[in-house]
Design a protein around this ligand. Structure first.
Ligand code: UD1
Length: 419
């Protein structure tokens, strides 16, 4: 996916089926290393980040089979201690999960670099602090990190400085094979953290407290291969719901877990958007104008940072939005790079420290450049809602997280071509 061309200003309506969660799939795929056996995954999204993760696992010795049913079998029995090339690991953020998994399984983990979206510095000091507390020795080399625990890991109390998704997941993976009890304090409670815990527990791990800020893991000697169905992608679902709001709707997203979407749906309700929730579906309708409000991101169950750019795009749309709104980004220091592109369309946004104040204005179709995955999604929403032809380059950033993007948006009536 290099470029997205959109002829915007059309009403979008209809329904789409949401795929599996990228952010659940990545820790589960790498976490599977600790089983040392074969696991079968269903609902695995075929987005580039997930395909890259499979490539990394293959390099390390896993055997991957795409089954006729659509499931994917990963046989981890051939995985050996080693370091995947930086050219692979630096393409995705999720490669950091190799640290916990390889360390627990082989007593040694090395990572040459981890990628992901550029939101400024993305340190992993909390992951490393946790591994050290479990008895590992951490050496930070110029562009890589080496972690060793030749005598195995032991349980520990690990107070995280912030409820980091990555650190909670990584430490849960490592602790599942450590000797004794580990308590992760100030743990993240995101649905994809709970999904990883459920996968590990099915494989034989003993984990409790998931969804609270204190996660307990009692290490076991061995884990076993299992079947796992990846949970629905709440960020993909949320993005299509935002498309429905931006372009009128009604848009229905199917195969979702509505409870995971509560922070977004509450926000929509405050904006005056009509929301209908079914057992595994959500429908939004925004035929009337909606209000801008103030949104603040935070760890689950607060508003997700991964939907912050999309909601900001909705506030920019002068043909639909009323009043003034703001988005305050409390999770990442630097997650407003997409705003410069929205300004090029005519958006009126002023940024003060962590808060972007938005005054709706009539936007113009433009040639735009996607800065990162969700920032690119925000540009796409603005383009879909704006009359005229817009182009989004650097679109591979968007392909990292949206499966069948072109087909799904076309099904809603969008005029979109992906090159
Ligand atoms: C994951 C998601 C990402 C999402 C984010 C927050 C994946 C692959 N990525 O990223 O899409 O936006 O959760 O929901 O699942 N921090 C530290 N030190 C650490 C760890 C984190 O300072 O050791 C800081 C980060 O810089 C950031 C905040 O804590 O400011 C939250 O980061 P974290 O929850 O760890 O995000 P990721 O796991 O990187």
């Amino acid at each position: 996916m290099n470029k997205i061309v959109v002829s915007g200003g059309r009403r979008l309506s209809g329904e789409i089926t949401v795929g599996g969660s990228k952010n659940a799939a990545l820790p589960i795929l790498f976490g599977g290393i600790v089983t040392g056996e074969s696991c079968v995954f269903s609902n695995l999204p075929r987005v580039s980040d997930v395909l890259k993760a499979l490539e990394i696992l293959k390099f390390l010795g896993a055997r991957i089979r795409f089954l006729q049913s659509g499931d994917v079998r990963v046989d981890y029995s051939g995985v050996r201690a080693g370091c995947a090339p930086c050219s692979l690991t630096s393409a995705i953020r999720g490669s950091t999960y190799l640290l916990g998994a390889m360390l627990a399984q082989f007593g040694r983990a090395e990572l040459g670099g981890a990628g992901g979206c550029d939101f400024g510095a993305r340190p992993i000091d909390q992951h490393l602090m946790g591994f050290e507390r479990m008895g590992a020795r951490v050496s930070c080399l110029e562009n890589s990190v080496l972690i060793e625990a030749p005598n195995g890991l032991h349980g520990a109390r690990i107070p995280l400085a912030m409820p980091s998704v990555g650190a909670t997941a990584n430490l849960m993976i490592a602790a599942s094979l450590a000797e004794g009890e580990t308590v992760i304090e100030n743990a993240a409670a995101e649905p994809h953290v709970a999904a990883l815990a459920a996968f590990l527990c099915d494989a034989g791990a003993r984990i409790t407290g998931v969804g609270t800020d204190s996660v307990r893991v009692i290490g076991v000697q061995k884990l076993y291969g299992v079947q796992n169905s990846i949970i629905p992608d709440m960020i993909e679902a949320g993005t299509y719901l935002c498309a429905g709001v931006a372009c009128g709707g009604p848009v229905r997203v199917r195969a979702v877990c509505p409870a995971h979407l509560t922070p977004l749906l509450d926000t929509f309700s405050k904006m005056g958007v009509k929301v209908q929730t079914g057992e595994d579906s959500v429908t939004v309708t925004a035929l009337e104008r909606y209000r801008c409000i103030d949104v603040v991101t935070g760890p689950f169950p607060a508003f997700p940072t991964d939907l912050q750019p999309q909601i900001a795009a909705l506030f920019c749309l002068g043909n639909r939005a009323m009043g003034e709104g703001s988005v305050t980004e409390l999770v990442f220091r630097s997650r407003f790079r997409y705003i410069e592109e929205l300004r090029r369309m005519g958006a009126i946004v002023s940024i003060q420290d962590r808060c972007a104040h938005i005054q709706p204005s009539v936007l113009q179709a433009r040639k735009l450049r996607s800065p990162d995955l969700r920032g690119g999604a925000a540009l796409l929403l603005a383009a879909l809602a704006t009359n005229g032809q817009s182009e989004i380059t650097n679109a591979a950033t968007v392909g990292r997280g949206y499966e069948h993007l072109e087909a799904k948006l076309r099904a809603l009536g969008a005029h979109i071509t992906v090159f």
